[in-house]
Design a protein around this ligand. Sequence first.
Ligand SMILES: Cc1ncc(COP(=O)(O)O)c(C=O)c1O
Length: 437
Amino acid sequence: MYSHRDVVAQVNVDALLHNVAVLQKQCQPGVRICAALKANAYGHGVRVVAPVLAAASPVSMAAVATLGEAIELRELGWAKPILLFGPIFSDGGLAGRKDRLRAVLDYDLTVTAVDFYGVRDLAHEAQLQNKIVRCHIKIDSGMGRMGISPPSAVQLAERLHSLPNLKVEGIYTHFATAGETDKSYCLEQLRIFKETVAALQAAGVRPWLVHAAATGALLDIPESHFDMVRPGIGLYGLFPSEQIRNKPDLRPVLKVVSRLVLVKQIKAGQTVGYGQTWHAPRDSVVGIVPIGYHDGYVRSLSNRAVMTIHNAHAPVVGRISMDQTILDLTDVPGAIVGDPVTVIDDDHAAPNSVVNLARIMQTIPYEVIALLGNRVARVAYTSDTPAQKFETISALEDSSLTGAASLDDSSLLGTPSPTTTPHLANPAAHQVLGNRS
Ligand SMILES: Cc1ncc(COP(=O)(O)O)c(C=O)c1O
C-alpha cells in the first residue's frame, strides 16, 4: 500500500479517557454522558474517537448533527443510542423524505422533535415496520435556534405522546451563554426550561431523560445537569471559552504533525508566497510544510503563527496557500528535509496550541479543530505507544508496511455493521505502531 499522507492528527486516547473521567466527576453519580461526536468528532476523526468512547462506560449516548453523520457512526459499529441534533428532513422531495424516515429506523436513531409533522410521519413508518422510534423534544428556551417555543411544548408533547410506535424519551434545551462570564441569561433559560419540564410533567408527560448542559454548563452550572450532560469540546480537552470559571484538568487530545518537504536558502530582500507579503530581512533559510488552508490551516495565520521544529518556534512567513505553508528556519540551525514539525501542539501553553491559534485567527477553539480537513490522517495513540514515536509520518508508512489499512480506513473498527460492537482503536493502533520500535 502507498503511504500518501503528509499531515497526521495524533489523537491521544489516554487524554480522551482522562477527560471523560474528569467531566464525569463534575456531575452527581448517575448522570449520563452524551458525547458530541458531530463534525467528525470535532475534527479529531470519528473513526478513531468513536471506538474509544464506545468502550468508555460513562458515555451512554452519542450526538451528531446530520443524518449522514449518524449513519456513518452506526456503520462504524457504534452500538449505543445516537441522538440526531439536526433536522430529520432537509430536502423537501417526497422520495427523499421517505428515504430519510427509513434511514432513521434502519439505523435505530433517536430524533429531535421540534414540530409534530416530521415525527408523525416517522411514527407512521415505524408502525408499518412494527418498530419503535425514540425522540427527544427540543425546547428553544432562548437560544433562538432549533427548538419549539416553551408555550407550545406541552401541546406538542401530548400529541407526540399519543402517536403509536413513538416513545418520547427525552426533553432538552441548549444554552446560548453558558461560557460567558455573566450567566444571567443562561440561568433565565434554565428557569424557563425547568418550568417547561414541570408543565409537561403536570400534563402527564415526563420524559425519562432531561438534559441541557453542554461543556460550559457542565462545568459552571451544576444545577443544569439533570439526567444527562452533552459535552463536546470538553471531551477533546478544551474549554468552551476563556471565561469558564471552573477549569478542571482537561488535557488536549489533538496534536497535528507534519514534516519539512523542502529546505532552501534565500537572499535578503527575496519574497515568498502569493502577494509577496514577506520579504526576507536577511539571508534566510525557509522550509515548506505540506499543509494549507484546505487542511484547516487557514490563511489568516499567514505571517502570524509559528510551528515547532527541533523544540524551536519557526514563524510562518508569507501567505498560507491551499496546500503549503512556508516557515522561516533561519534560527533553527540544522533543519533538514524530513524533520518533524508540530503544526498544532497539545500543550495548552504552546504558541501553536489550539487556543493560541484561535486567538490569532480571532475565532474560537472549536473552529480551529473542526476545520481540519479530510487530507489530514487521524491516528490514535496511547501511553504504551508514546507520542514521540509518532513524530514523523512514518507512523503511517509503517502501518502500511505491516499490511494494516491506512489509518483513516474503517478497517480499524472491524467490519462496519450497525449491530457489531466496535473494537477499540487504541489496541489496534498499538498493535500496528508498536511494531516499529
Ligand atoms: C445541542 C448541543 N448540545 C451539545 C453540544 C456540545 O457543545 P460543547 O462542544 O460546547 O460541549 C452542542 C454543540 O454545539 C450542541 O449543539
